[in-house]
Design a protein around this ligand. Structure first.
Ligand code: UT7
Length: 331
């Protein structure tokens, strides 16, 4: 009997309507379109506007698109994981609300947080449930409303991030397609370089923390950049080596969208030319947990059954890694 693997069998996505261009950012902080474009590759990002709309709003929209495309009854879903660094609330899982709102009344649901690697780690978690035979339909959603924790007076961080969501359905496969291998790592040294200081158990919210702007994300960009370049490229190279994949065997690199220069360094290390590198950073910026599924959704029509996909991500924590997956369907 062939081994059961975990394949992605459908994807969906959502980005909010409001487009925050580099020109708009020029009116908020001392920056310019040329600097942002050459240093990051970003031209615009989407921002969720409107009172009372959190990350769940984005996640629900992405999940609903997937359900509609696949004509899937939400009652068939057994587990929903929302990968996010910006849950609706610290207590009360965003995923539980999402499950109820989309009608997934037979599912249990929880959140998974590993900053920009949340979706990558979530792929490992979702796949494990499928491979073990425990569940047959796991919905993994990567969603972040980064604008809720961005300081729009800090030019080093506000230019990078945007809001968005993407969803992927994991199901068993008996043709050997789906997740093949993973190399996932973390290192707590990173928590000083990319973090939101206050609001957690270490430094609960107070008048002082609000005054000190500690409820916004802080990033030592240069240090994060160095770790990201090395580790994203290393883990992607390791996955290729371990699976005897040459640059010709790899059909697509699906890299976290934090900075075009980090993506270029990773694809160069893998020996891939640009035509094999998924990229939408110019339109969405860094949507944290949503970058990978947004790429899958944007490029879905170009993907073919059997394609070799290499995912790579790096994020706060630090957290990083790479996953090798064989695509399972033609759309
Ligand atoms: O997704 C999670 C992981 N996150 C990342 O991977 C992000 C990694 N880091 C980066 O992408 C980059 O470090 C940034 C895009 C955040 C910054 O780019 P950089 O090339 O590392 O710039 P820098 O911080 O070294 O700053 C270079 C110069 C500085 O001026 P001086 O000191 O040379 O006069 C900054 O003050 O650029 C200045 N600068 C800006 N100028 C115009 C910093 N931000 C801006 C800005 N506009 N927005």
């Amino acid at each position: 009997m062939s081994k059961t693997t975990a394949a992605i069998t459908a994807v969906g996505s959502y980005v909010p309507d409001f487009v925050m261009t580099n020109k708009i950012l020029e009116t908020l902080v001392d920056t310019n379109d040329e600097w942002i474009t050459t240093r990051t590759g970003i031209k615009e990002r989407r921002i969720l506007k409107g009172e009372g709309l959190g990350t769940s709003y984005l996640a629900i929209k992405a999940a609903e698109q997937l359900l509609e495309k696949r004509k899937l009854d939400p009652k068939e879903i057994e587990l929903i994981i929302v990968a996010t660094a910006t849950p609706d609330m610290l207590v009360a899982a965003t995923a539980a609300y999402v499950a109820s709102e989309i009608g997934a009344t037979n599912a249990f649901a929880y959140d998974l947080q590993a900053a920009c690697s949340s979706f990558l780690y979530g792929m490992s978690t979702a796949a494990s449930y499928i491979e073990s035979g425990r569940y047959k339909k796991v919905l993994l959603i990567g969603a972040d409303k980064m604008s809720s924790i961005i300081d729009y007076t800090d030019r080093t961080t506000c230019i990078i991030f945007g809001d968005g969501a993407g969803a992927a359905l994991f199901e068993p496969n008996n043709e050997g397609l789906g997740l093949q291998d993973e190399y996932l790592r973390s290192d707590g040294v990173g928590r000083n370089f990319l973090k939101m200081d206050a609001g957690g158990s270490l430094l609960p919210a107070s008048e002082e923390t609000v005054k000190n702007r500690q409820h916004f994300i802080y990033q030592d960009g240069k240090s994060v950049f160095k770790f990201a370049v090395t580790n994203m490229a290393d883990s992607a190279a390791k996955i290729m080596e371990r699976n005897n994949l040459t640059h010709e065997d790899v059909d697509w690199l699906i890299p976290h969208q934090a900075n075009k220069r980090i993506i270029d360094a990773t694809s160069n290390r893998m020996g891939l030319d640009d035509s094999k590198v998924m990229m939408n950073i110019q339109r969405y910026g860094n949507t944290t947990s949503a970058t990978l599924p947004l790429l899958l959704s944007d490029y879905e029509s170009q993907l073919k059954k059997g394609d070799n996909l290499v995912f790579a991500a790096f994020g706060g924590g630090f957290t990083w890694g790479s996953i090798y997956l064989k695509w399972a369907y033609n759309s």
